[in-house]
Ligand binder design. Structure first.
Ligand SMILES: [Zn+2]
Length: 383
C-alpha cells in the first residue's frame, strides 16, 4: 500500500493517492481493515500538518466510507468555515458535504450543499450527476430519468423510466405507463427491467401470445448474462399472483385477467427452445414445466442443463428432488437428506459480478457497490 505517499509534498503522487481514497469512499475497493489503517495514518498526518486541506478531504471521505457520517460532516464544516480557504477547496468541501448528507438521508441539506458548491465553481457535470441521484432517491423518477439522459447515461435513464411507468400503472394511468416503458427501451435496448415489466403487463392482461412475443424480442436485446432475469422475474410474478389470489383479503383484483400457468408455459417454452442452448435458459424452462407438474419434460430440460454445465448445483438439486420418490430410504437417511435439501434451498442464488454481494432477490443496481446490471446467477458453488 502506498499510503506513505501522503507524507510527501509532491503533487502527482499525492493526486493519485487522493483519487484512490476518494474511490474508496464511493465503492468497496478497500477492505475494512485497510481503510481503518488509512484513517489512522491520515489522522496522524493531519495532526502534524493542519494546512493539508487535501488530506482533510480524503479523511472525510474515508470516514464516510466507514459509515461515520457525523465525523465526515464535521471535517467538511471545519474546512468550509476556515478563513481564507481557497475557493476551489471550498467548492469541493461543499460537494463532499452534499454527498455526506445524501448518504445520511438528509436529502434537502444535500441539495443545498450541492447548489452552494456549484455557485462556488465546482464541476457542473459532477453536480448534475449528484442531483440525478437525489431525484431518484426522492422518488422523482421523471426528473431522475431526464437528468441521466442529459448526462448521456442511458442505462439509469431507462431504469428510472421503468420506475416511473410502475408508478403510472399504480395510478391506473396505463397509456402513460406503456409510453414510459417504450421510451426506456428506445433509450437503452438492453434495459432488462423494461422488458420484464412489459412481460408482466402482458401476463396480467391475459395475453400469453403477447408475452411470448415480448420475451422473444427481449432475448434478442438483453445481454446474454442477464437473460435469466426475465424468466426469474416472471416466475416471481406467477408466485405473487398465486399468493395474492389465495389470500382472503388479498389484492386479487389485479390478477383477475392474468394468464393461466399452463398457457404461460405452453407459450414460452418454444421461445426458450428456439434460442442457442444456454444452461440458465434450460434451467428456467424446467422451472416453468415443474410449475405445471410436467415432471417428465422438466427432467429432460434439467439433464440437458447438466450436460452443458455439470457443476450447476441447482439443476442437480432439482433432478435429485424429482427422483426422490423412486428411492427407498430409511427414516434416518430421509431426515438427513431433508435437512441438506432445505439448507441448499436457502442459498442465495444471485451475486454481484462487481463486488460479490450475494442475494436471493433480483436487483438492477447493486445495493452495495451501486453497479448497474451486475447481477449474475450462481451456477457454481465457488461463485
Ligand atoms: Zn456490487
Amino acid at each position: 500500500m502506498a499510503w506513505n505517499l501522503f507524507g510527501r509534498k509532491k503533487a502527482n503522487g499525492f493526486e493519485r493517492s487522493r483519487k484512490a481514497v476518494r474511490e474508496a469512499g464511493g465503492g468497496e475497493t478497500l477492505p475494512v481493515q485497510d481503510t481503518r489503517a488509512a484513517i489512522e495514518e491520515l489522522s496522524q498526518v493531519v495532526k502534524n500538518d493542519p494546512e493539508a486541506v487535501e488530506i482533510y478531504l480524503a479523511l472525510g471521505s474515508l470516514y464516510r466510507s466507514q459509515g461515520e457520517i457525523e465525523r465526515a460532516i464535521q471535517i467538511r464544516n471545519s474546512l468550509i468555515l476556515r478563513p481564507g480557504l481557497d475557493r476551489e477547496f471550498k467548492a469541493r468541501a461543499l460537494f463532499e458535504l452534499g454527498r455526506d448528507f445524501r448518504r445520511a438521508g438528509f436529502l434537502d441539506r444535500a441539495e443545498k450543499a450541492f447548489l452552494e458548491s456549484r455557485s462556488h465553481g465546482h464541476d457542473v457535470t459532477a453536480i448534475h450527476y449528484e442531483m440525478a441521484r437525489l431525484a431518484a432517491e426522492r422518488g422523482n423518477y421523471e426528473k431522475a430519468a431526464e437528468s441521466y439522459g442529459q448526462l448521456g447515461l442511458p442505462l439509469p435513464q431507462a431504469h428510472y423510466l421503468v420506475r416511473l411507468a410502475m408508478d403510472y400503472f399504480e395510478e391506473g394511468n396505463d397509456s402513460q405507463a406503456h409510453r414510459a416503458l417504450r421510451h426506456a427501451i428506445r433509450a437503452y435496448p438492453g434495459a432488462v427491467e423494461a422488458w420484464l415489466e412489459q412481460m408482466i403487463q402482458a401476463y396480467k392482461s391475459g395475453s400469453e401470445r403477447k408475452l411470448a412475443d415480448i420475451l422473444r424480442n427481449a432475448l434478442d436485446n438483453v445481454a446474454p448474462e442477464l437473460r435469466f432475469v426475465l424468466l426469474e422475474g416472471l416466475l416471481q410474478t406467477l408466485d405473487r399472483a398465486e399468493r395474492e389470489r389465495a389470500l382472503p383479503a388479498g389484492d386479487e383484483a389485479a390478477w383477475t385477467h392474468a394468464c393461466a400457468d399452463e398457457a404461460v408455459t405452453k407459450a414460452l417454452l418454444p421461445v426458450i427452445d428456439s434460442q442457442e442452448p444456454d444452461v440458465l435458459l434450460l434451467y428456467y424452462g424446467a422451472a416453468f414445466l415443474l410449475r405445471v407438474g410436467d415432471e417428465e419434460n422438466a427432467k429432460m430440460w434439467l439433464e440437458k442443463a447438466l450436460v452443458m454445465h455439470p457443476d450447476f448445483w441447482l439443476a442437480r438439486l432439482e433432478l435429485f428432488e424429482l427422483s426422490r420418490p423412486d428411492q427407498t430410504l430409511t427414516p434416518f437417511f430421509k431426515e438427513q437428506l431433508s435437512f441438506f435439501m432445505d439448507r441448499a434451498r436457502k442459498i442465495n442464488r444471485f451475486f454481484c459480478r462487481r463486488c460479490g454481494l450475494k442475494r436471493d432477490q433480483l436487483f438492477f443496481n447493486c445495493p452495495r457497490c451501486r453497479s448497474w446490471h451486475s447481477i449474475a446467477f450462481r451456477t457454481d458453488f465457488t461463485q
